[in-house]
Design a protein around this ligand. Structure first.
Ligand SMILES: Cc1cc2nc3c(=O)[nH]c(=O)nc-3n(C[C@H](O)[C@H](O)[C@H](O)COP(=O)(O)O)c2cc1C
Length: 200
C-alpha cells in the first residue's frame, strides 16, 4: 500500500497523482467571448452536477499566477457554450489548449464553423455533436492558488440529428465522446462498455 498525505506533495505532484486516478474524465470545449474574439479552451475537470435546472461544473487552474482567459472572459460576460468532444475533433480541441494571448482567438485559429446560439452571446461550434448553451450560476474559489470552478446552468441543448432517442438518451456510440486519462496526453474511447442494472 502506498499512503500519501497530499499536503507533502507539490501542486504539480498532486495534479499528476489525482488526475491519473480520477479517470476517465469527459472533456468540455468551452467557448467564451474574449476582448477580441471567441475563445475556446478544453477542460477535463468537468462533469454534470445536477438537474432542475441542468447544471454543469468545470474548473480552471492558474496561469502565470492569474486566471486563465476562460475565467477572465466569464467574469466579463457569464455565458458560454460547452461542447462534448468526439475523437474526430480531438486534435483541434487539443490545439485550443495552446496558451494564446487573450486577444488571439482559438476559434478563428482553428477555423471552426460557427452557428448563432439561441440564449447566449457566444456562438456554437457547428461540427461538435452536442452543444450546450450555458449561463454561469456561481464561481467557486478552490484552494489557495487561483483555481476557479464554474457552476453553469444549461439553457439550451443542441444535438446533431440521429443522436437522441425518443427517450432523450444520447447514443453513446454515435456521440463518440473521448475522455482524458492523466494530463500526459493519454485519452480513452468509449468503445468497450457493459451494462449492469442498478438495484431498485
Ligand atoms: C484535454 C485537455 C483538458 C484540459 N483540462 C483542463 C482543466 O480541466 N483545467 C485547466 O485549468 N486546464 C485544462 N487544460 C488546459 C487548458 O485547456 C489550457 O490551459 C488553455 O490554454 C486554457 O485556455 P484559456 O486561457 O483560453 O482559458 C486542459 C487541456 C487539455 C488538452
Amino acid at each position: 500500500m502506498t499512503d500519501l498525505d497530499p499536503t507533502s506533495l507539490s501542486a504539480a505532484e498532486q495534479y499528476r497523482l489525482l488526475s491519473s486516478i480520477v479517470v476517465p474524465r469527459p472533456i468540455a470545449l468551452v467557448v467564451t467571448q474574449g476582448p477580441a474574439g471567441w475563445n475556446a479552451a478544453p477542460f477535463s475537470f468537468f462533469t454534470m452536477l445536477g438537474v432542475a435546472p441542468p447544471t454543469l461544473i468545470f474548473s480552471a487552474g492558474p496561469r502565470d499566477g492569474g486566471e486563465k482567459d476562460t475565467i477572465c472572459n466569464l467574469r466579463d460576460l457569464p455565458e458560454c457554450v460547452v461542447h462534448i468532444v468526439p475523437e474526430a475533433l480531438a486534435a483541434r480541441m487539443n490545439a485550443c489548449a495552446a496558451s494564446l494571448p487573450r486577444e488571439q482567438s482559438e476559434v478563428a485559429e482553428q477555423g471552426f464553423a460557427l452557428k448563432p446560439s439561441v440564449a447566449v452571446a457566444p456562438p456554437r461550434l457547428a461540427e461538435f455533436p452536442v452543444q450546450l448553451e450555458c449561463r454561469v450560476a456561481q464561481f467557486l474559489d478552490i484552494g489557495t492558488r487561483p483555481h476557479v470552478a464554474v457552476v453553469a446552468e444549461v439553457l439550451q441543448v443542441h444535438a446533431h440529428d440521429g443522436l437522441l432517442g425518443p427517450d432523450l438518451c444520447c447514443d453513446g456510440d454515435r456521440l463518440g465522446a473521448i475522455g482524458r486519462i492523466s494530463g500526459q496526453g493519454h485519452y480513452a474511447r468509449l468503445t468497450d462498455t457493459f451494462q449492469m442494472k442498478q438495484p431498485g
